[in-house]
Design a protein around this ligand. Structure first.
Ligand code: ATP
Ligand code: MG
Length: 350
């Protein structure tokens, strides 16, 4: 971090985006009181970028993000821009590229309080993260061709693309339970064999970390049957895409899950995994936990304040436990009621 006061670029986005962003920022303010100095630069992005500046990623928004220590994003897009010449989602692709965010990190946590919402039975709390390579692999490989009788997709990885995301996974494990599992299909794929070679090599630099490998098909089963065994799952783009949605599903609610995308240097970007939920926008009932958990993730990983992240996480758990939850979790509370309850818990802890 290059500034003494943390600089956070805030992109509230569209539909429920601004509603949950406002909740996240109130919690950030409460947890930071007397503990953490920051300043916020709020910028239009996505549909709001198109409306205000004619561009889903306006130049000024990008400049603010580049000069920041972290970027907080709510959710973008929706039916309002269905026929717009530029799609709001293009802003997301562009900012990922411009900030070189090649690693996407999705935590899957099922705390005691969240257990009753999970569709699976656990014996132990679940707490793992998937580190997914985001900018290469079969979604980007060439040649890509299709005619009436053939189609070709290409999965391609370079050693450097693997090495840089592997380092992200090992650094993440150092802050967690010291365990990295590389997930691949090394019995079939050449790319998986390169992943094994490079990640094995990277693992030598992290002697305290237990490193193992697992096939993706076996992993898909274990995420359901024994998810407590994972700490950090490292994997390529498509496997990560599929496994992260499977993992979201076992927590029981889209509305609680944060994510982080980062590169080697520069700011990381934190956002809920869900979309802008146009169907419930403006009703004050969006679940703010995905955004509040994104703020906690930011405190832990961009600002090295695990103490403040834990303050947020413990307060969130206490509020869920007390039954103050939004309708998506079967409750009757509003976005504001959930947020206020969390802020009260944070203050009680001080
Ligand atoms: P996208 O294409 O942007 O991912 P989507 O079509 O997958 O969007 P979401 O916006 O993620 O859809 O919403 C899926 C469903 O989950 C909707 O019914 C929405 O209302 C609900 N949902 C998403 N986020 C929340 C939230 N924070 N609180 C409550 N409900 C939510
Ligand atoms: Mg979606």
């Amino acid at each position: 971090m290059s500034h003494s006061i943390a600089k956070i670029t805030v992109l509230p986005g569209d539909y429920i985006g601004p509603e949950i962003m406002s909740a996240g920022l109130s919690v950030l303010k409460a947890v930071s009181e007397g503990e953490f100095d920051y300043q916020i630069d709020e910028q239009p992005f996505g549909g709001a970028g198109i409306d205000q500046k004619g561009d889903p990623l306006p130049q000024q928004t990008l400049e603010s993000a580049k000069a920041s220590d972290a970027v907080l994003l709510a959710a973008i897009g929706g039916p309002k821009w269905d026929n717009a010449p530029k799609r709001p989602e293009r802003g997301l692709l562009a900012i990922r590229q411009d900030l070189n965010l090649f690693a996407n990190i999705r935590p899957t946590a099922i705390s005691q309080a969240m257990q009753k919402y999970s569709p699976i039975k656990q014996v132990a709390p679940v707490d793992f993260v998937i580190v997914r390579e985001l900018t290469s692999g079969i979604y980007f490989g060439k040649p890509r061709e299709i005619d009436d009788h053939h189609a070709i997709d290409t999965m391609c990885y370079t050693d450097e693309e693997i090495r840089r995301v592997a380092k992200v996974a090992f650094e993440m494990a150092e802050k967690r339970r010291q365990h990295v599992t590389l997930v691949d299909k090394a019995n079939v794929l050449a790319t998986s064999n390169l992943w094994r070679r490079i990640v094995e090599d990277v693992s030598a630099d992290y002697p305290t970390i237990t490193y193992d490998t697992k096939y993706v098909d076996a992993t898909a089963m274990k995420i359901i049957s024994a998810p407590e065994q994972f700490d950090v799952i490292l994997t390529e783009n498509m496997f990560g895409d599929i496994l992260s949605d499977e993992s979201a599903e076992i927590t029981g609610s889209l509305g609680t899950i944060p994510s982080m995308s980062r590169g080697t240097t520069g700011p990381a970007l934190y956002e809920p995994i869900h979309g802008s939920a146009p169907d419930i926008a403006g009703q004050g009932i969006a679940n703010p936990l995905s955004m509040i958990n994104s703020v906690a993730l930011m405190m832990r990983h961009s600002f090295n304040r695990p103490d403040l992240a834990d303050d947020i996480a413990d307060s969130v758990d206490a509020v869920i436990e007390s039954g103050i939850v939004t309708p998506d979790l079967g409750g009757g509370s509003t976005t504001d009621q959930v947020t206020s309850a969390i802020i009260n818990k944070i203050r009680e802890r001080r």
